[in-house]
Design a binder for this molecule. Structure first.
Ligand SMILES: [Zn+2]
Length: 111
């Protein structure tokens, strides 16, 4: 039997499961704040996405208004998506960016 012979074990990179998590800002008290209305974070799981969002990007999960609720809600595994989000360079009526995208291990994709 000819053909190739496995002379040495093939090095295989470990498979890292990554997902995109979407954070959507609630305009509590009637206005949006920086850094963006929608923030997409690539992460290993929703807890990881929350840590990046809070410590790395500065989203507050504690800002709360009695009538409007929380400005930002923590990610859920139900929100995980494989498809990369679409960049949108625009700003909204409060001059806040519409979309910010943070790819894991690199700088943000959109300004
Ligand atoms: Zn309110």
């Amino acid at each position: 039997m000819g053909g190739m012979r496995m002379s040495s074990p093939r090095y295989e990179k470990p498979i890292i499961e990554k997902n995109w998590y979407r954070f959507r800002q609630n305009n509590i008290r009637g206005y949006f704040q920086h850094p963006a209305v929608e923030v997409f974070v690539e992460a290993l799981d929703s807890d990881h996405a929350d840590r990046i969002a809070e410590r790395g990007i500065g989203l507050s999960f504690t800002e709360y208004c009695e009538c409007c609720g929380h400005r930002w809600r923590k990610a859920s595994e139900d929100d995980a998506q494989k498809e990369a989000p679409s960049p949108n360079g625009g700003v909204n009526e409060d001059n806040v960016k519409k979309v910010l995208i943070f790819k894991m291990g690199s700088k943000q994709l959109t300004p």
